[in-house]
Design a protein around this ligand. Structure first.
Ligand code: BMA
Length: 818
């Protein structure tokens, strides 16, 4: 917030195609993009509806211009006037009162220009066609390798997913997509940064506040740090200054309240305010930030009993098992994502027991609002730089210069966010190098790879790490995702993307336990979104069936028919192929698949010196349009059943069961402190009849702190028919964790008729059964959110499922696997 000076923000643009004469009003709000503006004016059909995406491709081939007037309250010759663009997508020529003042070519940069305004001013921006320009570069420099989208995309610094992805439409937009404003000042705080080093015994944080100011006169900088609970003023200092520059103020805080990721403590944030104060004591300018302090290490040490090295984060001396998913842009048109949307999306990550989210490299650097919320929620952010699945032209001067500015700017912005916990050079560009045999000499560490066919190594191995080390000291940097070891697929070093389920060799998901790595930063399975989502994106009801043209159009994954079909046919009994049953079946399959992976991989978090796996990130949390994809939650924020599977498996305490032939192994993962006097209760039921065959209890179990504990290694199942095992971890009558392990594949199971008792109340339902039931889905007509869904239910384990908006008069229907 600024005082004294003024800020005039653009709230409304008008726009037209270059060369035409009719101006149209932009969507109100000040952040504008061509697709949303044309849609707002009903000049195009909704690209998310039916197959309209194909009809709107002409838009990206045109040039567009945006114009607005900006009024200012006064002109004072003593003041400076600066026009600021938080984000321009991408090739913009900007005119201020008819004079050209700036040309841009990078969507990820903030631009500012000093101007001499009048009381009323015109800003006009002409946007070139990014598609035509990237094609022009490609024509000039040659076609480069890539997966997903038009390969010319790698030549320009624009959100790559807009060129089309295996979950997203091709909508190559343009426009002033982030805020534009004019500020005036005599003295001004451009920014400040708080750097804090936490001592290894956590007893003190010491560092500095670096304030970047501009001033012609003598002013006083005041720096105030208040404790996270706002009660205590930890620091309040004033310092006179008489010129522009960066001012450093050292500080230290004894017994600091540190920032912890979710599940490990509170995400404590100090309140830091920097002010400029005039000679007369007036506040001229003030900037406020919420700052957290953490000690972070990426632990990569060798093991005694396994090859390779660990790969996990240690925060405030606590080893953290990262549980989360990958974040893609929440909309094909970035400015369409509202603050409410961001909050809801991040809350869904929290609701699914995430402690980490990976901002994937094919989108854009998110707004501060996104990261502020991650800071507040204690969500660790794995931040990719914006390169994905491509051979980038790291040998071209214009490209390297633009990237260097972008990285320097973004790191200096992001370093204010305590949630940032890992920087990563790119997404899968090293895999591209492997797939296309690009020249990648692993012994060459000169930092100059411009003459090889993999010139972007200079960016990932020299430019970015140097800038991260300069501006955000102490945050781990990883050159790529995946990266490490002899090959990017090496499961013993660094992270891997495990796509041999779905893509690759199409392994069975029951074999996930063989497919882990030190950190799996991507793996996934597709499922259809909900029926209501199809109702909203397909206008002809006759097109809403599993194999229809339009349903298929809303799936962009290569070979999805055979991949989805093979996992379905391997696992799930299909009694009918009507749309609702197909949706349920694909969602159940996805939920089973992801549940298997998380359960078996968390088992490898084995305690000191044996942290064989340090994290799991599901591909992907969200969608950018209505589509069948790997997401947990669809574009209209309706969770799929896999959302709940992730939520259950990511709980702080979770029990796992693995079958080896006729024997069961049982373990329990525990992210909390150690727990004693734990009981394991095992109920074995015959699947068809649902009859209880055996009950077994084991007492006095200790769950080790922050690790998995093996409980049973060879419990023999009765051999007369398929059996389902229900394992519960109990402490003094409280069930801490519960899981049902069914014979695989599920398609061979037969059941006698099941019944579920359902009671509906305001805000919750109670369900119970006399026989084990798989995959219960609770549904209301208006899609209300249940806190759990798609769950298994066992006799004598009545479940209360909260559903805050439910009324006792609502109709709740139930579907389950049979
Ligand atoms: C990964 C991602 C994306 C892609 C996904 C699904 O490798 O990095 O590029 O969308 O797989 O194929």
């Amino acid at each position: 917030m600024t005082f004294g000076n003024f800020t005039a923000e653009v709230s409304k643009w008008k726009f037209k195609e270059v060369g035409t004469s009719i101006w149209l009003e932009s969507k109100p709000g000040g952040c504008a993009e061509i697709y949303s503006d044309l849609l707002y004016n009903k000049k195009i059909q909704d690209p998310f509806l039916d197959m309209n995406e194909d009809q709107v491709q002409w838009v990206s081939k045109c040039q567009w211009e945006y114009e607005t007037n900006i009024e200012i309250p006064r002109i004072d010759n003593k003041e400076k006037y600066k026009l600021i663009f938080e984000g321009l997508d991408t090739f913009a020529t900007i005119y201020f009162n008819s004079e050209e003042i700036l040309k841009t070519d990078n969507m990820f940069l903030k631009y500012s220009v000093f101007v001499q305004p009048k009381l009323t001013n015109t800003i006009r921006i002409v946007f070139g066609s990014a598609l035509n320009i990237s094609k022009m570069y490609e024509h000039r420099h040659g076609k480069l390798k890539c997966w997903n989208g038009d390969p010319s995309r790698v030549y320009i610094r624009k959100a790559q997913y807009q060129y089309g992805w295996d979950w997203g439409p091709k909508l190559i937009s343009c426009g002033p997509y982030r805020p534009t404003y004019l500020i005036s000042y005599q003295s001004h705080i451009n920014d400040f940064y708080v750097h804090g080093d936490v001592h290894e015994d956590l007893s003190i944080v010491s560092g500095y506040i670096e304030t970047d100011i501009e001033t012609d006169t003598q002013v006083v900088i005041s720096m105030e740090v208040r404790s996270p609970d706002s009660i205590e003023t930890v620091l309040h200092l004033k310092k006179p200054v008489s010129g522009s520059g960066k001012f450093l103020q050292e500080f230290s805080i004894l017994s600091p309240k540190l920032w912890y990721p979710r599940g490990y403590g509170s995400a404590a944030l100090y309140h830091v305010t920097v002010r400029l104060i005039s000679k007369t004591g007036n506040i001229i300018c003030q900037v406020h930030k919420h700052i957290g302090f953490k000690r972070i290490q990426l632990i990569q040490h060798p093991f005694l009993e396994q090859s390779g090295t660990s790969f996990y984060l240690q925060i405030n001396n606590i080893p953290i098992f990262c549980k989360g998913s990958n974040w893609i842009p929440a909309h094909s048109i970035p400015s369409s994502v509202s603050k409410t949307d961001y909050k809801q999306w991040l809350n869904s990550a929290v609701n699914a027991n995430h402690n980490m989210i990976r901002v994937w490299g094919g989108g854009y650097y998110e707004s501060d609002f996104f990261y502020n919320n991650c800071d507040r929620l204690g969500l660790l952010v794995w931040q990719d730089f914006m390169f994905a699945c491509g051979q980038y032209p790291g040998n071209l001067k214009y490209f390297v210069e633009s990237v260097s500015k972008e990285v320097a700017y973004q790191v200096q912005r992001l370093r204010n966010h305590c949630s940032i916990s890992m920087y990563c050079g790119n997404n899968e560009d090293y895999q591209i190098a492997e797939a296309y045999n690009l020249q990648w000499d692993k012994k060459n560490h000169t930092g100059d790879y411009a003459k090889t066919s993999f010139p972007a190594r200079t960016i990932y191995e020299k430019i970015i790490p140097e800038l991260v080390a300069k501006y955000h000291v102490g945050i781990p940097y990883h050159p790529g995702s995946p990266w490490g070891g002899e090959k990017t697929s090496d499961p013993t070093v660094g992270d891997i993307h495990q796509w041999n389920v779905w893509h690759g060799t199409r392994e069975k998901y029951q074999d996930w336990y063989k497919l882990g790595g030190r950190f799996v930063s991507e793996f996934g399975m597709e499922a259809l979104p909900s029926y209501s989502t199809f109702m909203r994106c397909i206008s002809e009801i006759s097109e809403i069936y599993p194999q229809s043209l339009v349903v298929d159009f809303h799936n962009k994954a290569a070979g999805f028919e055979s991949r989805l079909a093979s996992y379905m046919f391997e696992n799930i009994r299909l009694r009918t192929m009507d749309m609702k049953s197909w949706i349920y079946a694909t969602q159940l399959m996805q939920a089973e698949c992801l549940g298997y992976a998380i359960r078996s991989w968390r088992r490898n978090w084995k305690g000191k010196g044996k942290r064989y796996m340090g994290g799991i990130l599901i591909w992907q949390l969200n969608d950018c349009w209505p589509v069948t994809s790997w997401s947990l939650v669809d574009n209209f924020k309706t969770p799929k059943l896999a959302f709940y599977a992730a939520k259950r498996e990511y709980r702080a305490i979770a029990v796992g069961v693995q079958r080896q032939g006729n024997e069961l192994q049982v373990w329990c993962v525990n992210d909390e402190g150690s727990k004693e006097n734990i009981t394991l209760s095992l109920d074995i039921y015959e699947v068809f009849s649902g009859q209880l065959i055996e009950h077994y209890e084991m007492y006095n179990i200790t769950l080790e702190a922050n690790s998995s504990s093996e409980i049973l290694s060879n419990y023999e199942l009765p051999s007369d028919g398929p059996m389902v095992a229900n394992a519960s971890i109990i402490h003094k009558d409280e069930v801490l964790a519960n899981y049902g392990d069914w014979p695989q594949p599920l398609k061979y199971l037969q059941f006698c008729k099941r019944s579920i008792k359902l009671e509906v109340y305001d805000g919750y339902v109670v369900i119970s059964t006399t026989m084990p039931i798989k995959g219960i889905e609770l549904i209301t007509e208006n899609n209300l959110f249940f806190e759990d869904n798609g769950m298994d239910l066992f006799p004598n384990k009545e479940m209360t499922v909260s559903c805050p908006e439910l009324k006792h008069t609502d109709t709740v229907t139930i579907r389950h696997y049979e």
